[in-house]
Write a protein that binds this ligand. Structure first.
Ligand code: GNR
Ligand code: NI
Length: 170
C-alpha cells in the first residue's frame, strides 16, 4: 500500500465529475487500498478518489464501529448512488481538501446507497448519523461538490479566500 498526496482547494480537479468504473479489478482494488492507507494516515473518516487526483467513482469510508469508534470497519464503494434519502440532520463537517475549516452542513438523516464492493459485487446499505453524513460528503466529491458548496455564498467565499491565501503563502 502507498500513501497518496491529497489535493486541496482551490484545485480544478476537485470540481470535476468522476467517471464510473467499468469493473472493480486489481487496479481499482489497489487504488482503494492506497486510498484507505492515505485516509487513515491523514487522519480522516472518508476519502474520495478525486481528492487524490483520480477522477473515478471510488470512495473509502471508516467511521469506526458503533461499539468502538476506534475499531477499524472500512467500507469500499465503487459507483455509489443514493437511491433513497429521508429527513434532515445537521453535522459539523470538515474536509481533507479544505484544510482547517469546519462548518455546519444540513444533510439527509437516512440514506440507502447502492454500489459495487471491493470484490466487484453489487451491494446496498442503509446509513444514519455520521456514516450517512460521510457517505453523502464522499459521493458529493464524485460530483465535484465540496461541503462548502452547501454553505451561504458569503461563508463559502470567506473560506475560499482563506484557502487561496494559505496556498499563496506555501
Ligand atoms: O475526515 C473527515 N471528517 C469528516 C467530518 C465530518 C463530515 C465529513 C467528514 S469527511 C472528512 C474526510 C474527507 O474530506 N473526505 O472527503
Ligand atoms: Ni472531503
Amino acid at each position: 500500500m502507498a500513501r497518496l498526496p491529497i489535493l486541496t482547494a482551490p484545485d480544478r480537479r476537485l470540481l470535476q465529475k468522476s467517471l464510473p468504473v467499468a469493473c472493480v479489478d486489481q487496479k481499482i482494488r489497489r487504488l482503494m487500498d492506497d486510498m484507505l492507507e492515505t485516509m487513515y494516515a491523514a487522519p480522516g473518516i472518508g476519502l474520495a478518489a478525486p481528492q487524490v487526483g483520480v477522477l473515478k467513482q471510488v470512495i473509502v469510508v471508516d467511521v469506526g464501529t458503533a461499539e468502538d469508534r476506534q475499531a477499524h470497519a472500512p467500507l469500499f464503494l465503487a459507483n455509489p448512488t443514493v437511491v433513497r434519502a429521508e429527513g434532515t440532520q445537521l453535522w459539523k463537517e470538515g474536509c481533507l481538501s479544505v484544510p482547517d475549516q469546519m462548518a455546519d452542513v444540513t444533510r439527509a438523516a437516512i440514506i440507502e446507497v447502492h454500489a459495487l464492493d471491493r470484490d466487484n459485487q453489487p451491494f446496498q446499505l442503509e446509513a444514519t448519523e455520521l456514516l450517512a453524513v460521510c457517505l453523502q460528503h464522499e459521493i458529493d466529491h464524485l460530483h465535484g461538490t465540496l461541503f462548502i458548496d452547501h454553505l451561504s455564498r458569503l461563508k463559502r467565499s470567506i473560506i475560499l479566500q482563506k484557502l487561496k491565501k494559505a496556498k499563496e503563502e506555501k
